[in-house]
Design a protein around this ligand. Sequence first.
Ligand code: SF4
Length: 694
Amino acid sequence: LIERGQAEHSVTTTCAYCGVGCSFRAEMKGEEIVRMVPNVEGQANHGHSCVKGRFAIGYASHPDRITTPMIRKKISDPWQVVSWDEAFAYTASEFKRIQEKHGKHAVGGITSSRCTNEETYLVQKLVRAGFGNNNVDTCARVCHSPTGYGLKSTLGESAGTQDFDSIEQTDVVLVIGANPTDAHPVFGSQMKHRLRQGAKLIVVDPRRIDLVRSPHIKADFHLKLKPGTNVAVLNTLAHVIVTEGLVKDDFVAARCEPEAFERWKTFVSQDKYSPEAMEATTGVPADVVRGAARLYATGGNGAIYYGLGVTEHAQGSTAVMGIANLAMATGNIGREGVGVNPLRGQNNVQGSCDMGSFPHEFPGYRHVSDTATRQLFEKAWGVPLLDEPGLRIPNMFESALDGTFLGLYVEGEDIAQSDPDTQHVTAALSAMECVVVQDLFLNETAKYAHVFLPGSSFLEKDGTFTNAERRISRVRKVMKPQSGYADWEITQKLAQAMGYPMNYAHPSEIMDEIAALTPTFHGVSFDKIDRLGSIQWPCNDEAPEGTPVMHVDEFVRGKGRFMLTEYVPTREKVNAEHPLILTTGRILSQYNVGAQTRRTENSMWHEEDRLEIHPHDAEERGINDGDWVGISSRSGETVLRAKIADRMQPGVVYTTFHFPGSGANVITTDNSDWATNCPEYKVTAVQVLKVSQP
Ligand code: SF4
């Protein structure tokens, strides 16, 4: 199906799945896509791609696409197809009615990391300027919000420090809480290439992920920690580096705040953080921690790559700060081959955060309470703006259940499936009076919606995505929007219906406005991206062609700041009733909740979510490979087929969440990161028992 004849011309665009941001040529025959070919000139992928990107055209033309707007007064009513004008008028009248009755804070919006920068910018502008509040949030809330908080606190910028190609200069690769060969396959291949050339490898992960042992690659150290103990492990690594005199004193003296460093040094030197003292807590043998710490500190250029296994914890932000501390202490920052590198899950997580879709920040990570910034936006947008942060996604749910938040606009995000503790989410959605879903398909959230606005796929619009290395790349329209409007046009029409003027003729004009109002984007334009191929921000007068490596001469915040990272065990505990820890992740051929990949040929490789369980735990329960098992937690229960896997450690089970029926999030809890409310998806105490059938 991906080969549909002889191509006549091609359009270069960017993959809409993961944070690698591969460039593709959509080869066309008339209006039809013939095939997707990875672009050899792509600066993030150099001509490579994975199966997800190649097959992506399948979902854009899938018969499940909804292409007409629909409304219904009650969620028990059948959907009624309406014109676009009726849909906008109805939505605007409902939001206005709710605001008149319950106050202007009773409505808000959620945007997605699947949207372009320009779309995300418009959603936060609609909420701040059109709704008159700061109740805007993004799905980055549930994945990398701790990255923003942790890196901003320590280094001064909420972004990764390196470009992908930097790994070609790396001597020691430290991967923590990430599985790049499945979740970021093209960069995972680049990493493996470097490892095959001889770079050393340290893996910190509860599972024996493929990187630990694959053809011609064997990790020098695998720290097989207990889920929920990242911060403890990071503190033991820091303890060894400090107490064995492995700190790069000259770097720290020149580049970091001295008082904060001294405090941190005393803090991690405490006996309680010695590898021996922490062994029972983390499950990692002391000699393995010592070996890994020595290798990272003395092995040459050390680069840390991390993912959601770091951020989706009750101490996600603390762990990110712990990682930054390690990089500063060893001088592994500010040049090629080193750095702190969050592997962003979705294609535009970085961009959606950059664009101000958090309730406390304007574009460019500037707090809403900052008067000068607020005045800048007030002047540009022509309305007064609030100086108080708005509601985060979990607060929106709580306020809905309190009866104070009743109208929600959700663009490109299936919160009923992707957010934790599903029963809580659906109860909150059920309590709202007007839920508006803008998406390609009638997703799980649409079951609770009153208005459905048919969105556009990445092939149907212009714009930009920003990948994990801060690289802004063009998304180019390959075909006309099936519903008649691209997503940015829908948001613009909704703003107009609400009485707030938006009149962009093309997404390039939106980017021009972003650039004018955001110092790190001052030099960005569609024309320049077209000329250079892509741009890594910051891009401005100091760096007119972008910035592959950050913090070179000084940190963005001036001096780097060591933060104290006290280990606090999660409140999610195992007991006799729930004796196992469930952790979650992804598989190569599927993507997140699977709304797109399940509608492509990818499902030939992976048709269901399975529960991986160690042979010892399986035997104890009489479970054989392929048996159905019931999984129950304090939040709920679900049924999956078991997969016996000796890569698991005893006491820990694992599953993916690509298929709606299995509902891993039915059993995850409402625990979250102390700083950002990022959910603790990675630690849920469960019981697993054999059942006869689903
Ligand atoms: Fe590249 Fe990620 Fe798309 Fe695969 S899913 S083609 S690695 S951007």
